[in-house]
Design a protein around this ligand. Structure first.
Ligand SMILES: [Zn+2]
Length: 61
């Protein structure tokens, strides 16, 4: 099953509890090491978390 109709909703793995988390928003910040993409996520274990996209890989399905 492929969900092509809901591109705005994406799911990643929470680096804290290693369960799927919903991406609330995403934005980029320039850091000393270069631009980094940040995700604000909400998972089952916390209200919201701010993580980098490296820390929270996309969740397939
Ligand atoms: Zn979590």
């Amino acid at each position: 099953m492929t969900d092509l109709g809901d591109a705005m909703t994406s799911t990643v793995y929470c680096p804290d509890c290693h369960r799927p988390a919903v991406v609330l928003s995403r934005f980029s910040l320039d850091e000393a090491t270069g631009p980094a993409e940040y995700l604000r996520i909400r998972c089952a274990g916390a209200l919201t978390l701010l993580v980098t996209s490296d820390e929270a890989p996309p969740c397939e399905g």
